[in-house]
Design a protein around this ligand. Structure first.
Ligand code: IPM
Ligand code: MN
Length: 358
């Protein structure tokens, strides 16, 4: 098979982590007998400073022809305000109907985490974050904001179609995981005690979709309690379905269970494959480390693993996963976030060697 992969390194450390991602992608292609042509797009804050836009007007038309997208990280508040720069990411997620944001939370042996209850045995679940609407719908307005009685309005939009499709995705995933020996449960992350329209509706759709999956257990956690349970009893969870904002928040906590932001990967999935899906580490662009090559590339490499898995290159995905696990378990190469002094390249090279050696 041949794949055309768009790489958008973005801002800050995006370029250096994209180098490692690309290195692993190419090595996996050689080893597992497929080809991957990658093309880089230098969109982001510098593009904004030069052209007044984060990416060209027809960016989605350009990206549409690719099989998948790898995105490094976006944002550099010294150059462009975050709420402006981040529109790029949100436009791709929405424009390509990448409505399921898949964020596996898994702690690999050899990685230490600040959370005492987190062990490789207890931390192994997936958050499915609604990725196109909800609190991120962008609907709202400012009213007389410089006046004493001024206010701002931000409206969440929860459509039946939007809720149904992400719930269906979560239940289908739980079915698949159940086949692989997981519990077979979808936890509904909600806040319907306080959000009396949006989250009551969300719960209703959850119940409706759950009724079509009688073999999958239902479960419910209010988002505040969810953060407590994630720390107290991480082994409880299998698949968690959450709205856009709640999913955003709980996956940063999830990243801590995994050992830090340097390990947390994600995929913005268009399940119908009508448009390319986009894979990205969930961390930010850490502008202060730009060019220093000190950040951990594991989250990016894991995003490549998820990309190949989605594209159907299961052996390659498993090979990358095994290489990552063996490097981390050995512990000889440790980046700064892991308390070591190895650079981004050294970690990428170690995974590459392990992949080739396997
Ligand atoms: C994430 C990020 C983004 C989000 C930001 C950068 C807009 O935090 O992918 O989790 O909130 O979705
Ligand atoms: Mn986030």
């Amino acid at each position: 098979m041949h794949y055309e992969i768009a790489i958008i390194p973005g801002d800050g450390v995006g370029a250096e982590i994209s180098d490692e991602a690309e290195k692993i992608l190419k090595a996996a292609a050689d080893k597992y007998g497929f080809t991957a042509a990658s093309k880089r797009f230098d969109w982001g804050c510098d593009h904004y400073l030069a052209h007044g836009r984060m990416m060209p007007e027809h960016a989605l038309d350009i990206l549409k022809g690719f099989d998948a997208i790898f995105l490094g990280c976006v944002g550099d508040a010294n150059k462009v305000p975050d709420h402006v720069s981040l529109t790029m990411l949100l436009e791709i997620r929405k424009g390509f109907k990448q409505y399921a944001n898949l964020r596996p939370i898994r702690l690999y042996p050899g990685v230490s985490t600040p959370v005492r209850t987190a062990t490789p045995e207890t931390v192994d679940f997936v958050v499915v974050r609604e990725n196109n609407e909800g609190e991120y719908s962008g609907a709202g307005a400012f009213f007389k904001i410089d006046e004493p009685d001024g206010f701002a309005l931000q409206t969440g939009i929860f459509s039946r179609g939007g809720c149904e499709r992400v719930m269906r995705y979560a239940f289908d995933l739980a079915e698949q995981r159940k086949q692989a020996g997981y519990k077979g449960m979808v936890t509904n992350c909600t806040k319907s005690n306080a959000l009396n329209y949006s989250m009551v509706f969300w719960d209703k759709i959850y119940q409706e979709v759950a009724a079509g999956h009688p073999d999958i257990a239902t479960d419910k956690a209010l988002v505040d309690a969810m953060t407590m349970w994630m720390v107290k009893k991480p082994e409880w969870f299998d698949v968690v379905v959450a709205s856009n904002l709640f999913g955003d928040i709980i996956t940063d906590l999830g990243a801590m269970l995994q050992g830090g932001m340097g390990f947390a990967a994600g995929g913005n999935i268009n399940p119908e494959r009508e448009f390319p899906s986009m894979f990205e580490p969930i961390h930010g662009s850490a502008p202060k480390y730009t060019g220093k090559r000190v950040v951990n590339p594991i989250a990016s490499i894991e995003s490549v693993r998820m990309m190949l898995d989605f594209l159907g290159e299961k052996d390659a995905a498993e090979g990358i996963g095994a290489a990552v696990r063996s490097v981390l378990a050995q512990g000889a190469v440790r980046t700064r976030d892991m308390g070591g002094s190895h650079g981004t390249d050294a970690m990428g090279d170690a995974v590459l060697q392990a992949l080739l050696a396997d």
